[in-house]
Design a binder for this molecule. Structure first.
Ligand SMILES: C[S@@+](CC[C@H](N)C(=O)[O-])C[C@H]1O[C@@H](n2cnc3c(N)ncnc32)[C@H](O)[C@@H]1O
Length: 256
């Protein structure tokens, strides 16, 4: 009886945009744990360790990053953590989908900080979406949306780095011919659409040595389902499976 009433009220509320949810009755939480504020959980009031809330991580997030990226802290944290894992893997790093340069800046800052010998390849149309697939991508996708900085502005931003930064302007797949990296140790793929995601994932996997990592920003977002399809198709060809990152739209793979 109670269950029936609960479901009735819950479905009525859901129709009006509210979520009726039973709170967990108890959660073990050590009172003397250091930095308890880093064990936050707004979604369901449970507390987990969230190192992206730590001051050490905050210090890395300069305004040049936070004001020029769509990625929230948790995604930036995953991106940086996975990039660090490839420090001793042979090859360059590549980002497809630069927009205003925020996530690129995080990666280039890291390479600079460890005096890396890797080059960074930054690819974008720098004029927004291009190459929408009518049957694969979201019906709301339009050429030219998600316009960030121009290629010249991005070149200016990355003109004074310790590592070599190549800004590659043009639509993927065509622009991939301007990427002369022999090996790619790490890639961040964030172009939202089926066709460029497919092409750049294939390009990176063909050049990625064992231990290399690709982070996909758009894997779990329903609005970019086309990108997920592309990733799954290419991964199937290479005998790979991605690992989805809980509570974000990201996924990644480690080259076998
Ligand atoms: C979500 S944004 C990237 C966000 C960025 N990584 C950040 O730090 O917030 C997606 C980018 O993909 C680019 N893009 C879309 N289609 C493309 C294509 N065919 N080739 C290259 N870039 C493309 C857009 O211009 C846009 O800058």
């Amino acid at each position: 009886m109670f269950d029936a009433i609960y479901f009735l009220i819950a479905s009525l509320l859901r129709k009006h945009g509210y979520l009726l949810q039973r709170l967990p009755q108890a959660q073990d939480f050590q009172e003397d744990i250091p930095f308890p504020e880093q064990y936050a959980g707004p979604e369901h009031f449970l507390r987990f360790y969230r190192p992206w809330l730590a001051p050490e991580f905050d210090r890395l997030l300069t305004p040049e990053i936070t004001e020029n990226t769509m990625l929230p802290k948790v995604k930036l944290y995953m991106l940086l953590s996975l990039l660090k894992q490839t420090r001793s893997v042979e090859g360059d790093i590549l980002e497809a989908g630069v927009w205003k340069g925020g996530s690129s800046r995080l990666m280039v800052d890291y390479l600079n900080s460890v005096c890396s010998k890797k080059d960074a390849w930054l690819l974008d149309t720098f004029s927004g979406y291009d190459g929408i697939s009518e049957d694969k991508d979201c019906h709301r996708a339009r050429d030219g949306i998600m316009l960030g900085k121009s290629a010249d502005e991005i070149r200016e931003v990355f003109s004074n780095e310790q590592v070599r930064v190549h800004v590659v302007e043009g639509s993927i797949p065509q622009s991939l011919r301007d990427v002369s990296a022999k090996q790619i140790a790490f890639a961040h793929i964030d172009v939202n659409l089926y066709t460029p995601t497919f092409a750049v994932t294939q390009f990176c996997l063909e050049r990625m040595p064992k231990g290399g990592i690709i982070v996909f920003d758009d894997y779990g977002w329903p609005a970019t389902y086309g990108a997920r399809v592309a990733i799954d198709e290419v991964c199937a060809d290479f005998g790979h499976e991605v690992i989805t990152v809980p509570e974000t739209t990201q996924a990644f793979l480690i080259r076998l």
